[in-house]
Design a protein around this ligand. Structure first.
Ligand SMILES: [Zn+2]
Length: 77
């Protein structure tokens, strides 16, 4: 399952689950997705806001030299 952020013509943003990206494409094409706010079926993918909580402690600046992961590297330590 994939959760997409969608936006209708009126600018309402809502989340919808799809079995796959192809499932989304098919439903979008056949207008099988309705905005819960206005019922509009002309929807497109909303621009995803980065899921970053402001004010949270920043991740370690230097990425791991082994795997390139910044923080939570399973190989180091
Ligand atoms: Zn709407």
């Amino acid at each position: 399952m994939i959760l997409y952020s969608l936006q209708c013509r009126d600018g309402h943003v809502f989340d919808e689950w799809f079995a796959s990206s192809a499932d989304y494409e098919a439903k979008a094409k056949t207008h099988d997705i309705a905005c819960p706010d206005c019922g509009g079926t002309e929807v497109r993918k909303a621009i995803m806001a980065p899921n970053v909580s402001r004010g949270a402690a920043a991740a370690p600046a230097a990425p791991c030299e082994t795997c390139g992961e910044a923080g939570g590297c399973p190989w180091s330590g």
